[in-house]
Structure formats: structure tokens, C-alpha cells
Design a protein. Structure first.
Length: 577
């Protein structure tokens, strides 16, 4: 080999490695599909760039044709164990909401996985507020001031109507919307009574992140920008997923109907709707990912707010209070985040790493951009040069070690222990981007050709963008604390119904009304409680661990609307009259 060949080879290594180390600093660019064709896999033994084992891929089957684990199919298999069309809440839920949010290309597979016959394209399905407003406008008759208000707000009357009792005369358009949705709402209540929820992930030949999103929310197939879009969207799955939209719409409608029924004196039926919201939350929580668990906490929080509205605005009899308490006691706990770490979240990381390995790191995740013949040549050169540098087994081991740490942290018995462990993990995560940035360092790393270090670095880059955010631990604690406060509120109501007054201390509820008064999850101390103005106030100090006097998000929102300044109040409070 002459000096020209040596310099050419060295330059290629420097170029590839420098591009690799700069990857996390480069703004998102379109994806360039791999141009260098990989060797065809052996018909007898699939060829893959990873070893299939517990230490690398975590699960060992089922495999794709190329020899990589099919995590979408594996999650489907895990989620549908013991599920039938008769016990699956997703079946009546789909019949209520309609198939419109299921991509038309994948509906046949979706129905097959559910084990049901295809649904008609049009039917008596749930009508969202915006579409109802459009239908009113298209009716060809004069629009009333009330309808105009509804159309302008896209149904924002839902917000006050879920917080207090209201009548059909006060919000006639909202009442009409609920009437139109009477049949779908009946199906939603029926769905909530089923014990399981299996909502299939499709398509099985795609990646997990893509399967979690609605068809029209990202670029499918070989289009440029697809993987980067998915990674960027991952942090917002709890807002943009089909699951989030549909279940939140259902919860809003049921809560609005609750307060209408309270105004009409139909308290038992109002409670049935609230109980359906609690059940739907727990069904959503049966999913495999943290974002599904987060949606479950959010839905249950709305149901708890509705329960408190019931206490505030309905005159509950002792028998009704006893029934509510019995129903709340029968509900299963909200999902544990640690279970989602080992199932869905780990699968998302390992599946994404496998996707990058299948398509070539640089051509898939870190393109040069620009297009043309020069891009094609350099893209192929990068793939050729960097293929032996990346040890994909090491990339997967790095990921598994971090998800092991994360699962251990979420599994700690107290919030203080969890927060300490998570703080350490996320401090370490921030360090993943703290590498020297001068060009001399990058050249030295490139020339050293350290396969082990380079592979670990790639695993760390993927971890930096895919490791779930710390907020999920707060979601879990908020959900558990809010539900404990809810149960205590009804215990207080039962005490008041029996004695005509609220207790002087929370401790007076035990053992007659509760076996034991729970502590505040956020500081492991006694919950705050006091009698006030003929009622009582019960609250937790919330995430910030600070006593804000029972002021929370609603108080901040009210102050903001008045143009007043406020501190970051986040107490979780229940007020009883």
C-alpha cells in the first residue's frame, strides 16, 4: 500500500468518525436511505449485525426475515395473552369511536389481530365537538348566538361543564352534542366494564415508535426524514397518539354528562359515568409504554376531579356514599411505571437501535444532505468504512445497562429513594453530550479506531434521545396521591353523613372509616387537613414538596387569567363543603 492509499483511508476514517461525534450537535436533517446494498441473507441462516441473546436483544423471538427481533410482533404477543374479543375493552371502544383513526392500509390486519369482523366506514360513531360544530353550521338554518359561541370555541364549553352542575337550558348545544353521542357513550361505559384492553400495534413489519402513532402523523416507508421525525416525536407521544386523543375525548364527554346528570338529580347514573372513567384509565394503563401509563394517570385525575364535583354539587345519601366507597375500593391500582420500563420502553430503544443497524447508521440517522451523485458516493463510503467500527452488540448492551438502572430506580419503595436514584441517572445522561468538541480530539479518536469506545458512544447518543424523561416518576406519584386523597374525601363525607360534622383530625377516621390514614407521598409526612367555613380542606404538598396552603394548578390558572402573578403552586387539594 502506498502513501496515497494510506492517506485516503485515514481521511475516510477521520471523516466518518468526526461526523459520528458531531451527530448529536447537528440539527435534524432529512434521512438519506442507504445506497450500498447489503449482502442477501442466507436462506438457511438469517444474517444480522447483532447477536440474539438476553444480554443484547433482551428477547430472542420472534425474528424478522433479516434475523432481527420483531419487537412489534413481540409486544402484540405479550399484550394479547389471555385476551379474547369477548373480554377485550378495545372492541366496544372501537365500535364506539369508529375505525377512522386506524390507517386504511392497516385496518384488515388490525381487525385480524382483534379477532373481529371489519366495521363499516360510516356508522353511529362518536362525534367530536369540532365536527358537531361544523354540522350545525352546515345545517342551512340561521345560527343562534349560542351555536356561534360553540363553533368559535370548538366545544370549549366542555371545560366549565366538567367542573360544576349545568342544565340543558344553560348549554343547549353541549346538551345536543351529548344527545348525538348517546349510543357511543353507552358503548364506552360497556367497554369500561371489561377486564382487559389489547389495542394491536400495527404494522408488524415496522418499528415500535411508528406503530404507536396514527398513520397520518409521520412519514411512512422510505421517505426522507422518517426516523428522525419519529425520534423527535417520541417525547410527545402522550399528546399526539391516537390512543391519547380518543380516550381524552371519551373522558371529556363522560365528565360533562356527569354534571348534567347531577343537575337533573340522577346521581346514581352520574356515578356510573365517573366509575367508567376510572375503569377506562386503568384499561389504558394495561399498555406497554410509559406514555400509556401517563395517559392513564391523567384520565384518572380527571375522574377524581369529577368525583370531587359530585361531592360538591350533589346531595349524596349515606347509601350512595357507601356505594361509591365500595366501588373505589374494588378498582385495581394504577399501573406501575417500572413494569413499562422493562416491556415497552426497553423494546423501543432496542428496536430503534436494530433499525439503525439494519439500514446503516450514517445513511439513516446522520446524512450529509444535499443530494446528488457526490452524496451517494460519500454515503456509500461512510457505510463501508464505519460498518466494522460499530459493534452493535455493544450498543445494545449499553442500552440494556441503562434500562436496568432505570427499572431499579423506579422500583424503589419510597419517593425519596426513587428521586435519588433517578437524579443520578439523569445527571449521568446529561454527561453523555459532554465530550471535547475541538477538531484535534476528534482526529485522535478517529485515528485510534477504538471499536469498543465508538460503539459505546453510539449507544449513548441513542440513549440521550430515547431514554424516557424523568417526569413519568412524578406522574406515578401524583396519580397515587390523588387517588388516596379521593378515597379520604369520601371517608370524610361518610363521617359527616353519620355525625353531622367533619372530624377534628384525619386520625379520627381510623379505624371506623379507613383502616389507616395514608401519608403524603411527596414528603412522607402527615397530610394537611383542617376544618374551614363549615367544610374542610385536605391536601398534599405536591411535587415541589412545599406547603402552598392547598393552592394548586387551578389557582395558578385563575391568577393567570386575572393578570396576577403567582408562585409555582402545585398542592393536590380536596375541598368539601
Amino acid at each position: 500500500m502506498n502513501w496515497t492509499d494510506v492517506l485516503s483511508a485515514s481521511f475516510a476514517v477521520i471523516l466518518a468518525s468526526a461526523s459520528f461525534l458531531a451527530a448529536q450537535e447537528r440539527p435534524a436533517e432529512p434521512i438519506v436511505q442507504r445506497t450500498a446494498k447489503a449482502a442477501a441473507p442466507s436462506p438457511n441462516k438469517p444474517e444480522a449485525a447483532v447477536t440474539i441473546s438476553k444480554q443484547t436483544t433482551y428477547i430472542t423471538e420472534p425474528l424478522r426475515k433479516a434475523g432481527y427481533v420483531n419487537y412489534v410482533a413481540a409486544l402484540n404477543r405479550h399484550l394479547r395473552a389471555g385476551v379474547t374479543p369477548e373480554n377485550n375493552a378495545a372492541v366496544p371502544f372501537l365500535k364506539a369511536m369508529g375505525p377512522g383513526e386506524i390507517g386504511s392500509k392497516y385496518r384488515d390486519e388490525y381487525y385480524k389481530l382483534l379477532g373481529i369482523q371489519p366495521l363499516p366506514e360510516k356508522g353511529d360513531y362518536f362525534v367530536e365537538p369540532r365536527k358537531y360544530a361544523e354540522a350545525l353550521k352546515a345545517a342551512g338554518r340561521p345560527v343562534t348566538a349560542e351555536e356561534e359561541k360553540w363553533q368559535e370555541s370548538n366545544g370549549n364549553q366542555l371545560i366549565p361543564a366538567t367542573k360544576r352542575a349545568w342544565s340543558k337550558q344553560e348549554f343547549p348545544i353541549l346538551a345536543g352534542w351529548l344527545a348525538v353521542n348517546e349510543k357511543p357513550l353507552a358503548l364506552l361505559v360497556a367497554a369500561s366494564k371489561r377486564p382487559r384492553r389489547y389495542d394491536p400495534l400495527i404494522p408488524e413489519d415496522d418499528c415500535v415508535m411508528a406503530a404507536l402513532l396514527p398513520e397520518d402523523s409521520y412519514i411512512r416507508g422510505p421517505a426522507r426524514g422518517r426516523l428522525l421525525w419519529l425520534i423527535c416525536a417520541y417525547d410527545q407521544l402522550s399528546d399526539i397518539s391516537r390512543l391519547a386523543w380518543q380516550y381524552r375525548q371519551a373522558a371529556w364527554a363522560l365528565k360533562a354528562r356527569v354534571m348534567l346528570r347531577v343537575d337533573e338529580g340522577r346521581v346514581d347514573e352520574a356515578w356510573e359515568d365517573l366509575l367508567a372513567c376510572h375503569r377506562l384509565a386503568r384499561l389504558v394503563g394495561q399498555g406497554s409504554t410509559l406514555f400509556e401509563a401517563s395517559i392513564a394517570v391523567s384520565l384518572d385525575g380527571r375522574a377524581c376531579a369529577g368525583d370531587q364535583g359530585l361531592l360538591q354539587h350533589a346531595r349524596l345519601t349515606p347509601a350512595q356514599i357507601a356505594r361509591v366507597r365500595a366501588d373505589l375500593d374494588k378498582l385495581p391500582p394504577l399501573p406501575k411505571m417500572v413494569d413499562k420500563i422493562n416491556v415497552g420502553e426497553r423494546s423501543i430503544f432496542l428496536d430503534s437501535a436494530g433499525l439503525v443497524a439494519r439500514r446503516g447508521y450514517f445513511s439513516t440517522l446522520c446524512p450529509l444532505g444535499g443530494g446528488g451523485e457526490s452524496e451517494t458516493m460519500l454515503d456509500a463510503l461512510m457505510d463501508a468504512v464505519t460498518s466494522p467500527i460499530i459493534d452493535w452488540d455493544q450498543v445494545l448492551r449499553v442500552g440494556n445497562s441503562w434500562y436496568d438502572r432505570l427499572a431499579d430506580a423506579y422500583g424503589k419503595p419510597t419517593r425519596a429513594e426513587r428521586q435519588t436514584a433517578l437524579d443520578k441517572i439523569y445527571r449521568d445522561r446529561r454527561k453523555l453530550t459532554e465530550s471535547p468538541k475541538d477538531w484535534k480530539y476528534r482526529i485522535l479518536v478517529a485515528l485510534s479506531d477504538k471499536r469498543y469506545d465508538t460503539s459505546r458512544r453510539l449507544g449513548q447518543v441513542l440513549l440521550y434521545v430515547l431514554l424516557p424523561k424523568k417526569r413519568f416518576a412524578n406522574d406515578e406519584d401524583c396519580g397515587a396521591m390523588q387517588f388516596d386523597l379521593n378515597r379520604l374525601a369520601f371517608a370524610l363525607a361518610a363521617y359527616h353523613a353519620d355525625r353531622g360534622t367533619y372530624p377534628a383530625r384525619l386520625a379520627d377516621l381510623a379505624p371506623g372509616y379507613v383502616a389507616k390514614v395514608p401519608k403524603d407521598i411527596f414528603n412522607d409526612s402527615e397530610l394537611h387537613y383542617r376544618q374551614e367555613a363549615g367544610g374542610c380542606l385536605l391536601y398534599s404538598v405536591g411535587i415541589n414538596g412545599k406547603d402552598d396552603g392547598g393552592k394548586g394548578y387551578d389557582d395558578r390558572e385563575a391568577s393567570d387569567l386575572k393578570g396576577e402573578s403567582y408562585e409555582y403552586w402545585d398542592d393536590l387539594a380536596v375541598r368539601l363543603r
